[in-house]
Design a binder for this molecule. Sequence first.
Ligand code: 5AD
Ligand code: SF4
Length: 490
Amino acid sequence: MTQATPTLKTQAGELADAGTAAKPTTDAGTAAKKVFVKTYGCQMNVYDSERMGDALSRDGYQPVDSVEAADLVLINTCHIREKAAEKVYSQLGRLAQLKKKRNSEGGDLMVAVAGCVAQAEGEEMVRRAPVVDVVIGPQTYHRLPGALAKACNGERVVETEFPTEDKFDRLPDATAGRIRTRGVTAFLTVQEGCDKFCTFCVVPYTRGAEVSRPVERIMSEAERLAAAGVREITLLGQNVNAWHGQGSDGREWGLGELVHRIAAIEGIDRIRYTTSHPRDMDDALINAHRDLPELMPYLHLPVQSGSDRILKAMNRRHTAAEYIRLVERIRAARPDIALSGDFIVGFPGETDEDFEDTMRLIREVSYAAAFSFKYSIRPGTPGAGMDGQVDEAVKSERLTRLQALINEQTRDFGRQCVGKIANLLLEKPGRNTDQIVGRSPWLQPVIVDAKTGKIGDIVRVRIKQTGSNGLFAEPVGTESANQGATSFDS
Ligand code: 5AD
Ligand code: SF4
């Protein structure tokens, strides 16, 4: 499948310099309005941008891939990294210049800011950056079209409360055509918000309390995705394995039950989910990894630290030993599972010994991949006021060592795959026209000859060698492998 039109999820890099003005099209009457969507942060933001894009498309907006070509710029922001708000304000400064230029030429530019920075800044954002027409928090996206309509009449609109209505219920479903432009894999948010209150994290404040979407809504969305040709669904949630809901049989379901139901949908061959909290990995979900071939053997299970003292200060609600025991149970259920994690170094009070505990845990678990960060203060979180903030140089040194260890483990994991037989879902054309890129069950990109199959096929391959951006493989036999089952049999 080719991506003929720019999708709303793939705009990467900084906002282009606001140098040239587009011809104003909004007041031309017949011309379609154009929207440039820029998404920062996690996959949940990618999904939210898609859903906002669906709503805007219903209102006649076409996606474009530059600020210059847009009548409306929608920035979906992320608050998880340091100085997130400052970065958004500097982009807004550039957009203000562009708007001024447009205005001087008789045109206009609308600017909407969504996501967690919008939520955290609220009214402050329109005060500090008058270029902004709409500020909209993650729980109010269904109000975006109405907010834009008001903004067209010159109002500044700030929508950042946590309403009781479900935004997803009120956003239009994606059309089959729009799903197809996004490819054969899709995100589906099943859960939002978090009640865990880790002391370093802003999510409980920006995304609000933990909420699960109802089973019927998730199932009908999954069925629509399948009908439009999607073969792999990644279920998303800030704390996805806390998902629960009333099942069609009247019982309370957890994520383990839900993945079984989604796997039964014709056309869905692969399921993933992210991000999980160790405390919410229940037996049903662990057993699903054993019993369901459609559930891919990859699990992102952040631990953050290997020191019990720090885990306690982080309010993680588990010890290092409990995490390791959990990993053992998961590996007993699915021996080839690839694990990834998140780590924070230099949390307040972290000593050299605490850090060595983290390094020990990493050696013991052995990760296929991981994300690691230096602790940085998020105003308003308990960590911000803690004693024992760690020196930046110490944090940098620890992060370098930790990342070297993880990189070594990632390389080892790739090398161990060489010679294995695996099913690949072919996802997109390769950089060379004679290549096509698929994804292994363990989430690695794998490059094969374009003649191996077409996008959307699941093909059986032997992994031949590792490369800098993934693995290389060749097809095995001519038999079709159009089922999710993974063979790891050599
Ligand atoms: N400082 C550093 N890293 C953080 N993360 C979240 N908050 C902070 C912070 N204040 C990291 C955690 C989390 C990931 C998404 O971002 O590791 O799992
Ligand atoms: Fe943040 Fe995850 Fe902790 Fe929730 S569980 S507070 S989202 S780090």
